[in-house]
Design a protein around this ligand. Structure first.
Ligand SMILES: [Mg+2]
Length: 412
């Protein structure tokens, strides 16, 4: 039972300067010009959401103010963002990807994973898929992209961010030997999913590079960071078992979080602990979005995803409170889990409604609970979440919204 399938090849495609590229593709007058997609071009304090390659050549970066950007390049063309158009193009990109493989996972509005396992049987290598996919995006949508390839999602993402975006071919393939050659020398902040808070923790422990984390005894990492510590250890060695999960985009009404565990979990209590953390993340996200949901869903799967179950349970009323939601999730676990070793876990909250509606029918203790949760959330926001979550999936629309809000989410 190895952590990774060496033969499988996963692609991470990241659209270059996505919003600016879409604008350029839809307005020939912008061809070859420095293009800025700005929150509000009229205000010099408005922020740059995306800059074309030509604009970047002037040193303009995402999240700069319009004033700063125009100081660097006065002739830059500012355009207002058109989110609906970007989402439509994002959807078309996914459709093209699905003609190569059914295993396509949209990761954000301008990034997606493609698992090419199986395409070899049809006489197409993963590299060919990468080249053809890039070519089709250019020809059909006039959108440039960079592609990272490897035998798992984490390495594909790293290959893309570290190498493909900077290479003239726009494609980088990381193999096993690249883990020590290319991954280990990188500073920790370059590691996918490491925030500045984790970077600080590692720095305080004297760990500066990804290689330092790899060689640090996993026992101490686990002791200090729990399950997360173990996951970081595996990632630092380029091990990532999380599968490319084809997502249906037709179900835009839910919030979900999932995690692939670093090893099989056999104990009920261990699984409950993971579920509590996931449920708490889902509820915390719902509260942030001011949503509440009636239906809780739980999926547990074996390491090869062939066994497991997906079940849901509807509460009498919508909730976004972790305890309430966890009671339902725990009930589903107790009712349906038959002792199967668990490798992949996901929790979802569906049938969402605005939680303002709920505010009107609050009981006293619910109001108290609610306040308590919001305090916890605000503390988390300040000090960072304990989240270990991977493949955190809202919906494409939701992710896009989220992405748009945290500008600077995509760099190239
Ligand atoms: Mg991008």
């Amino acid at each position: 039972m190895s952590l990774q399938k060496e033969e499988a090849t996963i692609l991470l495609a990241d659209m270059n300067s996505f919003y600016a590229s879409v604008e350029r593709a839809h307005n020939p007058a912008l061809q070859g010009k420095p293009v800025l997609v700005c929150g509000d071009p009229e205000r010099r304090h408005g922020i740059i959401l995306a800059a074309s390659q030509e604009a970047k050549a002037y040193g303009i970066k995402t999240a700069m103010t319009v004033g700063e950007a125009l100081a660097l390049c006065p002739e830059a063309q500012c355009v207002l963002p058109r989110m609906a158009l970007y989402l439509e193009i994002s959807w078309k990109i996914q459709q093209i990807a699905r003609t190569f493989s059914p295993l396509v996972e949209p990761y954000s509005v301008d990034e997606l994973f493609i698992d090419t396992a199986g395409t070899e049987k049809m006489g197409t290598s993963a590299e060919e898929v990468a080249h053809r996919f890039r070519q089709r995006l250019r020809e059909e949508l006039n959108i440039p992209c960079s592609i990272g390839m490897s035998h798992n999602k984490f390495l594909a993402k790293m290959a893309c961010d570290i190498e493909a975006k900077k290479s003239s071919q726009g494609i980088a393939f990381w193999r096993k030997e690249d883990i020590e050659k290319k991954l280990h020398p990188l500073p920790i902040r370059k590691m996918f999913m490491i925030g500045s808070r984790m970077e600080r923790h590692f720095r305080n422990m004297g760990l500066l590079t990804i290689g330092d984390v790899a060689h640090y005894p996993v026992y101490y990492l686990t002791k200090r960071f729990g399950l997360r510590g173990e996951i970081y250890h595996h990632l630092a060695w380029g091990r990532d078992a999380s599968p490319v999960l084809p997502q249906s985009l037709e179900n835009p009404k839910g919030i979900g979080h999932s995690i692939t565990l670093p090893r099989d979990y056999h104990q009920l209590e261990d699984i409950e602990t993971v579920l509590l953390e996931l449920t708490d993340q889902v509820c915390s996200r719902a509260r942030r979005l001011q949503k509440a949901g009636r239906t809780l869903s739980l999926s547990l799967r074996s390491y090869d995803l062939t066994r497991g179950f997906h079940r849901q349970f509807s509460l009498p009323a919508p909730t976004n409170l972790s305890e309430q939601a966890f009671r339902a999730v725990k009930m589903l676990l107790h009712r349906h889990w038959n002792g199967l070793p668990v490798r992949s876990v996901s929790v979802g909250l569906d049938n969402l409604v605005d939680d303002e509606i709920l505010q009107q029918e609050l009981f006293v203790d619910r109001a108290q609970q609610d306040r308590l949760h919001r305090v916890i959330d605000s503390v988390r926001e300040r000090f960072g979440t304990t989240a270990i979550l991977r493949g955190c999936s809202l919906t494409t629309a939701g992710v896009a919204k989220d992405r748009a809000r945290k500008i600077g989410g995509h760099e190239a």
